[in-house]
Write a protein that binds this ligand. Structure first.
Ligand SMILES: C[S@@+](CC[C@H](N)C(=O)[O-])C[C@H]1O[C@@H](n2cnc3c(N)ncnc32)[C@H](O)[C@@H]1O
Length: 295
């Protein structure tokens, strides 16, 4: 497998990564998608005229927690789960009140709010993130402390193996029917991704049919690529390496997984000072996936 450690990163964060001059901090107003507008209007009862201001103010608070490109570029409003081919079936599954859904690395938790708007009971919805501040900012963005109080949010490090029984993510082990991971695996190198996948296997009910869903950035030339903010690398998959990781995880956990993967080319361009700027290495792709336990 290629390891393009010398692959050019088009943009890096130099100096203070929280500076508003960081390449992926978009100083312009967000173009809020129709789907995100609908969610903010119908779930959060925000008036149309107030949406952009609310999103910009919230983005700056989230940026100060950690300057992820998805925060700087307002991608915390992306609603990807409803675009997965399995979404209608997922809603049908979650009509059963004994089923549970976890968004792992949920950040502000927009996908969970969409599920609730689409009729899933908040008591079946779980979100987890390293940052308690992001979880709190999610309540602030969606204005739903009360309305969403039956949902469960857990601030936890997915790699923390020291949790006591009944605490943190450990409290959810064996309880989930589906786990969503949006722009999450791609934060880590290959060996850490394998650990996340094994953690997901533990969090799911120990039975065929359970699902791991998500999206992430990859590369047609799969391998380890340098991180832009902190040191180290993150592994960029193509469909074949992503499937292979799940084969390996299956072999190590005594399970078997069918991975359906869609890929598309993606330049990762964004608006910066009225220009389009490339943010990702050559041959970057986006992957959307539905991974189902079959044994
Ligand atoms: C790029 S954001 C993606 C957010 C969201 N899933 C989405 O699709 O919009 C990645 C999220 O993973 C969280 N994260 C990073 N490392 C983590 C860890 N070790 N354990 C749990 N969450 C982590 C970050 O705090 C951040 O909210």
């Amino acid at each position: 497998m290629a390891t393009p450690a010398d692959a050019p990163e088009i943009l890096t964060a130099e100096g203070n990564p929280r500076s508003h001059d960081t390449p992926w901090y978009n100083k312009e107003e967000p173009e809020v998608s129709a789907a995100a507008r609908k969610l903010l209007r119908e779930w959060s009862e925000v008036k149309d005229d107030n949406i952009v201001g609310r999103v910009m103010a919230l983005r700056d608070k989230a940026w100060n927690v950690f300057p992820f490109p998805c925060i700087g570029q307002y991608r915390f409003l992306d609603l990807v789960l409803p675009t997965l081919p399995i979404y209608t079936d997922l809603l049908t599954l979650l009509k059963n009140p004994s089923t549970n859904f976890l968004d792992l690395g949920c950040c502000l938790g927009q996908e969970l709010r969409q599920l609730a708007l689409d009729g899933v009971s908040p008591s079946q919805l779980y979100g987890s993130d390293l940052s308690a501040q992001y979880l709190e900012l999610g309540y602030e963005l969606f204005g739903d402390h009360e309305k969403f109080s039956k949902a469960t949010f857990i601030a936890a490090d997915v790699f923390n193996e020291e949790e006591k029984e009944g605490e943190g993510l450990r409290a959810l082990e064996g309880k989930m029917d589906a786990i969503y991971t949006g722009s999450f695996f791609h934060l880590f190198d290959y060996s850490l991704q394998a650990l996340v996948a094994k953690r997901a296997v533990k969090l799911l009910k120990p039975t065929p049919g359970v699902l791991v869903l998500g999206r992430q950035i990859g590369n047609a030339k799969p391998g380890e690529y340098p991180r832009r903010i902190s040191g180290g690398t993150r592994f960029r998959h193509d469909a074949a390496t992503w499937k292979k990781l799940w084969e390996e995880v299956g072999a190590e956990t005594g399970t078997k997984w069918d991975a359906q993967v869609q890929t598309e080319e993606w330049s990762g361009e964004f608006r910066k000072d009225n220009q389009w700027v490339r943010s990702q290495p050559e041959q970057t792709i986006r992957l959307r996936f539905v991974i189902r336990r079959i044994e």
